[in-house]
Design a protein around this ligand. Structure first.
Ligand code: PMM
Length: 289
């Protein structure tokens, strides 16, 4: 494991910021703005320079209904961006459900694998991660984008997500993953409607019951775009959801989560500095005794 990634995984004094670089023609959150190679490289560096602790590079859109690119196409998209960011000193995570893409990205210097399927999409992913010993982010997942919304059925979304993530954690550890290198994520928006996402947002501290560092990916998701809009109005466009995103980042930091995954890094970095500074001013319990 790289020194940078090891240090970040052990970080508990503040909530980390993961900046998103989607090299896709159809990502819902940035509409494919960074698809062209030159734009993708430039955007990657902007995200890093804005203060991201981790830069998350992905080449497959997970927007509901999205078609999957081939492995070759996914690699063509992400490889130059991963290499460039690594060269510039960034800690890079590769956002992929494919073992082959993860393997090549790690060879190029990516330090973390971020798998929205938690290893369920590609049977080769978990054995490879176990063998490579690379830090792994496993998200709560019920199926590919083409049919995930039909699986957004829960009677108790918080209880069920915690249960299913707990089962996945146990399976991943049994498969040989190192508990010190495993991060879990409730997967907002993945097989979840707005009500489900809000219920999870209201229960962030409960995610600690899983006993692993937690990452939250609320940034620019549709449930935030509907706030303050009449039912019949269209949601606010994704790039205009950063204020709401920043509020979710603050909630995550107040709940003591490990990391937030966001598109606009600068606003979250500044908001989290407020939380971090206030937390540092908490009375020292030991000294008070
Ligand atoms: N969301 C998206 C993509 N990758 N990874 C993790 N770990 N958690 C998420 O919530 C997550 C993710 C989809 O959002 P995007 O299109 O804005 O990248």
């Amino acid at each position: 494991m790289s020194a940078g990634a090891a240090e970040l995984l052990a970080q508990r004094d503040r909530t980390l910021v993961m900046g998103v670089v989607n090299v896709t023609p159809d990502s819902f959150s940035d509409g494919g703005e960074w698809f062209e190679p030159v734009a993708a490289l430039g955007h990657g560096r902007e995200v890093f320079e804005a203060g991201a602790d981790i830069v998350d590079v992905g080449g497959e859109s997970t927007r509901p209904g999205a078609e999957r690119p081939s492995v070759e196409e996914e690699l063509r998209r992400v490889a130059p961006v991963v290499s460039d960011l690594v060269e510039h000193g960034a800690v890079v995570s590769i956002d992929t459900m494919r073992a082959e893409v993860a393997r090549v990205a790690v060879e190029l210097g990516a330090a973390i694998v971020n798998d929205v399927s938690g290893g369920l999409a590609d049977p080769e992913m978990v054995p490879w991660v176990a063998e490579a010993g690379v830090p792994y982010i496993a998200m709560h997942w019920r199926g590919h984008s083409t049919h995930m919304q039909s699986r957004a059925i829960y009677t108790d979304v918080v209880g069920e997500v915690l249960y299913e993530l707990g089962v996945r954690r146990d399976e991943l550890l049994a498969a040989g993953l190192d508990a010190e290198r495993l991060v879990l994520d409730p997967g907002l928006g993945f097989a979840k409607n707005a009500e489900h996402n809000w219920a999870l947002m209201a229960a962030l501290p409960e995610l600690h019951d899983l006993g692993q560092p937690i990452l939250l990916g609320a940034s620019r998701k549709a449930f935030l775009g509907r706030l303050g809009r009449a039912e019949h109005d269209s949601p606010r466009p994704a790039p205009e959801r950063d204020l709401e995103t920043t509020a979710t980042s603050v909630m995550a930091a107040m709940a003591g989560l490990w990391c937030v995954r966001v598109h606009d890094v600068a606003s979250t970095v500044r908001a989290l500095a407020v939380v971090e500074t206030a937390v540092r001013h908490l009375p020292d319990e030991d000294a008070a005794q």
